[in-house]
Design a protein around this ligand. Sequence first.
Ligand code: ADP
Ligand code: ADP
Length: 223
Amino acid sequence: AALLEIRELSKSFRTDSKTVQALHHIELDVQEGEFVTVIGPSGCGKSTLLRIVAGLDVGYEGQATLDGRAISGPGIDKGFIFQEPRLFPWLTVEKNIAADLSLRNPEVKRRVGELIELVRLNGFEKAYPKELSGGMAQRVSIARALLRNPRILLLDEPFGALDAFTRAHMQEVLLDIWRRNGTTMIFVTHDIDEAVFLGSRIVILKPRPGEIRAKIGVDLPYP
Ligand code: ADP
Ligand code: ADP
């Protein structure tokens, strides 16, 4: 069975004046170890889809399972990286990365140091979020998501705020993690070049007049 199975998934948002159908009967399978990039124009439901897979949004119709279990329940280790960095302003960089683990544990300390190296924030261990640029803060968020070597990483346009050089570096970091650990990746972007560069498969979320429907893309040979 696929690691992620989505069947007949629909989601609408009701506001006072109208109902927006964000997802309409989505079918999607993601196998363990795939690097799936999800592209589509703004507003086609990419973030909504990812939030559902992340378990952050439970008000949907249809089925979504991860490793054979309902997404809402406890399950496999997931890492999320959002469009905007989400850091605790009162914690230093290293404490933001360690999250609920104690840096007094030498194993945690070592892992955090390794991640700081990976996202090139050496020297900023003791800095607070307000001292960082947007791109640096995003790299802290990325390091935090990697802390526990999650089996699946969910990324919502994570590199949008990075300059071209840092973006290229972070893309390589992500590919390296994927190749070495076989982490399953679901990566949302509206950048087609990025989707082609990163993905072992591209999924196109395509809005149609009056409906929004998932179209499953071709398998691309990976170099
Ligand atoms: P994308 O990530 O592809 O830009 P989204 O998943 O953010 O698309 O949004 C899909 C649709 O659902 C859009 O029309 C958006 O306006 C609507 N939507 C998303 N979140 C909400 C919300 N919390 N309340 C109302 N409408 C929403
Ligand atoms: P990005 O937003 O991609 O992190 P910036 O252009 O903002 O890049 O910063 C480039 C470099 O300048 C950073 O990698 C960092 O070394 C340094 N820098 C940026 N902002 C700060 C800051 N507030 N304090 C110290 N150094 C900074």
